[in-house]
Write a protein that binds this ligand. Sequence first.
Ligand code: FAD
Length: 201
Amino acid sequence: MEIPLNQVLNPTNEQRQEMIRNSLETAGRPEDYEYIVRLLSPPPDITNYAQPGELKGVKIGVIGGGLAGLSAAFELRKLGADITILEANDSRIGGRVYTYYFDAEGKYYNEFGAHRIPVTHQTTWHYINLFGLNTLPLTLRKRNNFLYVHNTRLRTTDSIEQILYPLYNLTPQEQNTPWPELNDYAFLYPMLQLPLISVQS
Ligand SMILES: Cc1cc2nc3c(=O)[nH]c(=O)nc-3n(C[C@H](O)[C@H](O)[C@H](O)COP(=O)(O)OP(=O)(O)OC[C@H]3O[C@@H](n4cnc5c(N)ncnc54)[C@H](O)[C@@H]3O)c2cc1C
């Protein structure tokens, strides 16, 4: 799938902050804003802890070339360390972030791993902004997407209730709840049950 550049829609930091505040207002939890931002923000830059070049000549092995390993290597390089990333997969790096290309030109691709970047993920956005990466609005159930569950392949336009519900041990109330509502309920209900906690800085 080739995506025209005019569809790239990275929110600015201010837009993201507004989206978080609006969502929390809607959920009746505006007081969570500061906690969320503090918990999900990157720590102060590594050069606050050591000087650039301070690790020159020091050899460091990072195990795993997923997001965590690559970020650790990137940050440690700022201090001049000699980094070797030890990655078990000999065909690619990225771990559970996996962009699969269907053609040699890289025109048609899809994300087989992580692809949703919540506006709250401050650290991910820090690197997106730093490296000037493009993001796109998420398309989900409005399109004719494929689902593959319990060895059953279907499309989001199929009658999910009739095909998928019998595969699960649902309560009568769940059986009578349309899929979009049940989906929202499954994601939101456990979160809304979380108690408010005070996070000390
Ligand atoms: C299908 C799917 C969808 C997802 N969707 C989202 C999403 O939309 N949004 C989101 O935020 N997150 C999503 N996630 C989660 C996200 O992908 C992960 O949290 C994140 O990529 C983890 O990064 P990591 O570096 O900690 O681990 P990994 O990406 O798992 O990286 C670990 C790396 O270490 C390597 N390794 C393991 N053991 C060894 C060893 N002994 N020696 C050498 N190398 C080793 C592995 O090969 C791998 O490359 C999704 C995950 C999956 C699988």
